[in-house]
Design a protein around this ligand. Structure first.
Ligand SMILES: [Zn+2]
Length: 321
């Protein structure tokens, strides 16, 4: 595997770090990050550099619906707007179609005639250096999504597990030359500190279902969740944390479960499953008060509001127009 240090070129990583995402008031803007991950997955799977908007519209929309903001999953925005960011995306022929006052295509049908993708030099650099593909994916995931969703997103875009690659990378002694990797490892260590604090506060029980599984003296299946995601300025504090079992952690980060202003559990109207165990583990929680932490420092309303607004799946998902 070729090391990044050998090429001495981090410019792609620097450029994706600067992508302009709308972060006003802590709102999530995962559109461009998800398009980049989607494009990295295509590249890794040997697909052509440029792709018709029409043929990626649906898969990109599915990705935005699953991991994006529930109320806004329009794939045309990132596909069109990412080209304004510094040399990481191009849409040849973009200047030739009519635009509206926001400088977006007047008709989505015009966009369907165009293709988009990484510029040639970026594409070739990525093709030559698989490590760069994963370093970029890691950087994007760290900046925009909680750890609990990283593997799901990688699978959805067709990239393999980062864990496997991290081992390959560390064994080849590349830790020093991949800044994202250092950040990633640092984050894992920091997360362990947060996890300990939250588990103590919740006395090793899931705040939603009271799960308290142990094997001998060791707790298992219990995790610490950030209510407002760490990637979106959520602090590592008890007021922004919940001890949750692995299932409820995933459900909380996916917006299946949330909290209302009275700190009662709410279930997304979109959650469904036929089995009795699904009803027991999900639907039966509806309206149940969340467990309070030991010192009484319950989850702060500002973080509950953020989660409700940005993550919880409460309203119908509009289709792309
Ligand atoms: Zn639970």
């Amino acid at each position: 595997m070729t090391g990044l240090g050998e090429t001495g070129d981090f410019s792609f990583l620097h450029r994706i770090q600067k992508i302009v995402v709308w972060r006003k008031g802590g709102q999530r803007a995962p559109h461009k990050p998800l398009l980049l991950l989607f494009a990295l997955g295509r590249l890794e799977n040997g697909k052509d550099r440029l792709v018709d908007f029409g043929s990626v519209e649906r898969p990109l929309q599915d990705l935005l619906q699953e991991f994006g903001v529930p109320s806004n999953s329009r794939p045309q925005y990132p596909f069109w707007r990412l080209r304004h960011d510094d040399g990481i995306w191009e849409v040849p022929g973009a200047d030739e179609i009519p635009v509206n006052s926001q400088k977006d295509p007047r008709s989505i049908n015009d966009l369907r005639k165009l293709q988009g993708g990484f510029p040639l030099e970026v594409y070739e650099e990525l093709k030559e250096n698989p490590l760069l593909v994963y370093a970029a994916a890691m950087q994007i995931l760290n900046a925009h999504f909680p750890l609990s969703l990283h593997e799901n997103i990688l699978t959805a875009v067709g990239l393999c597990s980062l864990e496997t690659d991290l081992i390959a990378v560390s064994e080849s002694g590349m830790v020093e030359v991949v800044p994202n990797l250092v950040e990633y490892v640092y984050r894992r260590v920091r997360d362990r500190g947060f996890a300990r604090m939250i588990r103590v506060a919740y006395q090793d029980c899931c705040a939603f279902c009271d799960w308290d599984g142990q094997i001998e003296e060791t707790v298992f299946g219990l995790e610490a969740a950030h209510v407002r995601w760490h990637s979106h300025a959520g602090p590592d504090t008890v007021e922004n944390g919940l001890a949750l079992c692995a299932l409820h952690h995933k459900a909380f980060d996916k917006g299946v479960l949330g909290l209302d202003t009275d700190r009662r559990i709410i279930v997304s109207p979109y959650a469904h499953g036929e089995s009795s165990i699904f009803c027991e583990l999900v639907h039966a929680l509806d309206g149940r008060p969340v467990r309070l932490p030991q010192a009484g420092r319950s989850v702060a309303s500002e973080f509950i509001d953020w989660h409700y607004r940005e993550v919880f799946r409460s309203s119908p998902q509009p289709l792309a127009s």
